[in-house]
Design a protein around this ligand. Structure first.
Ligand SMILES: NCc1[nH]cc(CCC(=O)O)c1CC(=O)O
Ligand SMILES: [Mg+2]
Length: 353
């Protein structure tokens, strides 16, 4: 038999057997299955790859000492006291995860109409940034900018007569970003979807001398049902009145996502993000192709919860579903992924799985 496959090493690895011909073989010149016949062949033609460098790990922080409290709707995810957040930062550093993201559970007594705790230079987020940066200065720390963890009504902005105010909110977000930059945050990530906040924050950061602090804009963020477990985790699920559809995007739209992203880039965003992830892969693709910017995607709490819950019930192979979903983001064109699976995925990647 003629050698069709070239290099002899392939013969050693996978000796070919004479195939018994079917009674009526199809006359096919092209058989796509040839490239899938063995693991080495699949590896050779593989188009996309997930690496640990693609991962950002979101952590929830809570007041207290030496405690980890499970988030019921996110099996495997805990709220961490600051000392424990430092331990998870260490885990991230050891796994070579480039960046972590911080979200606070604010005590209800500290929440008010205007979210004033967001501007407390000693709030949980700022304490965590300082503690983590002190022990692990080499790991990137990203901080969300939005008021929802701090407001009594659970909205991302200031409210007047039931309306979310844009420009007044932006003025507060600018102060919040400065407080976080002062604490040592590396990446400011405005997640509020107010108009004009990226430009205002960039200008204020530059004026204050934080020229190197990056901005990752939640540029195309949709009003989504998939944020449910996150709102449990930060304790805004019960207090949130109404929905966020006057500022977060309508899930029916993707041209609008391009206009949003374009504005944030023009205002100075260093990186842009699409959120949620799995139901919006088309948006990730369009954004990446249109702007060639570092493009991130957030696999949000509800996406995590779906996979974790189904895996917990034995309905699907959780690890495989996790890796498949993350690879899907890469295939769509994402440069990086915020995901609660980050440490688990990094462990698998480290073990060559
Ligand atoms: N603005 C706050 C914020 N930042 C990240 C998320 C969601 C993250 C997740 O679901 O994992 C939200 C929730 C929201 O907008 O209501
Ligand atoms: Mg916008």
């Amino acid at each position: 038999m003629a050698i069709k496959f070239g290099r002899p090493i392939e013969m050693r690895d996978a000796p070919r057997r004479q195939t018994t011909l079917a009674a009526n073989p199809l006359d096919l010149a092209i058989r796509p299955r040839r490239n899938r016949k063995a693991e080495w062949a699949r590896r050779l033609v593989r188009e996309n790859m997930l690496t640990t460098d693609d991962l950002i790990w979101p952590l929830f922080v809570v007041d207290g000492h030496n405690a980890r409290t499970p988030v019921a709707s996110m099996p495997g995810v805990d709220r961490l006291t600051v000392d424990q957040a430092v331990r998870d930062a260490e885990r991230a550093a050891k796994l070579n995860i480039p960046c972590i993201a911080l979200f606070p559970y604010t005590e209800p007594s500290l929440r008010d109409e205007t979210g004033s705790e967001a501007l407390n230079p000693n709030n949980l987020v700022c304490q965590s940034v300082r503690a983590i940066k002190k022990e692990f200065p080499e790991i990137g720390v990203l901080c969300d900018v939005a008021l929802d963890p701090f407001t009594s009504h659970g909205h991302d902005g200031l409210i007047e007569d039931g309306k979310i105010l844009n420009d007044e909110t932006v003025a507060v977000l600018v102060q919040q970003a400065l407080v976080q930059a002062e604490a040592g945050c590396d990446v400011i990530a405005p997640s509020d979807m107010m108009d004009g906040r990226v430009g205002a924050i960039r200008e204020a950061l530059d004026e204050a001398g934080y020229l190197d602090v990056q901005i990752m804009a939640y540029a195309a963020k949709y009003a989504s049902a998939f944020y449910g477990p996150f709102r449990d985790a930060i304790g805004s699920a019960k207090t949130l009145t109404g929905d966020k559809r006057t500022y977060q995007m309508d899930s029916a739209n993707s041209d609008e996502a391009l206009r949003e992203v374009e504005l944030d880039i023009a205002e100075g965003a260093d990186m842009v993000m699409v959120k949620p992830g799995m139901p919006y892969l088309d948006v990730v693709r369009r954004v990446k192709e249109t702007f060639s910017m570092p493009t991130f995607v957030y696999q949000v709490s509800g996406e995590y919860a779906m996979i974790a819950a189904a895996a917990g019930n034995g309905w699907l192979d959780g690890d495989r579903a996790m890796m498949e979903s993350l690879l899907g983001f890469k295939r769509a064109g994402a440069d990086g992924i915020l995901t609660y699976f980050a440490p688990k995925a990094a462990e698998r990647l480290r073990n060559g799985e």
